[in-house]
Design a protein around this ligand. Structure first.
Ligand SMILES: [Zn+2]
Length: 137
């Protein structure tokens, strides 16, 4: 897949064919709290040298979502974004990849899985990011 990641270090990139993608958070070695996106300093322990990178679970449940129908530069409408609850106890904001009609193919509590793909376009070039999509039954 060609493209530029919209932020370095947010997810595993580049990927070889068949690689399981992950979003990358970090964890405080002192209190074990997990952050996504990565925290620079643990807000509880106020330490920065104790955070270690962590691959987060690529599966979760759809907590809520909305469908965007108003065009904005670089985005193809309609598209969905929402919050995914991960088993680690994190709620992650993500663009959602699902077949249309989106309102018929998305529902709260749905099992979702991580994928890496185009999230928008900038000057005609694909910008790559993480998305969650419904797990195929
Ligand atoms: Zn901590």
């Amino acid at each position: 897949m060609e493209g530029t990641p919209f932020k370095e270090g947010l997810f595993t990139w580049p990927l070889a064919a068949g690689d399981q993608p992950y979003i990358l958070g970090n964890q405080c070695r002192s209190c074990r709290k997990i952050f996504f996106p990565k925290a620079a300093i643990c807000p509880d322990c106020l330490v920065e040298d104790k955070l270690q990178e962590l691959k987060l679970s690529p599966r979760g449940k759809l907590y809520t979502f909305t469908i965007v129908r108003v065009p904005s530069p670089g985005f193809k409408v309609p598209y969905a974004f929402g919050y995914i609850d991960l088993p680690e106890g994190l709620r992650v904001c993500s663009q959602i990849s699902a077949p249309e009609p989106l309102e018929k193919n998305l529902e709260l509590g749905l099992d979702m899985e991580l994928t890496i793909g185009q999230v928008r376009e900038e000057a005609g070039k694909p910008i790559i990011g993480y998305l969650f999509r419904p797990v195929k039954k």
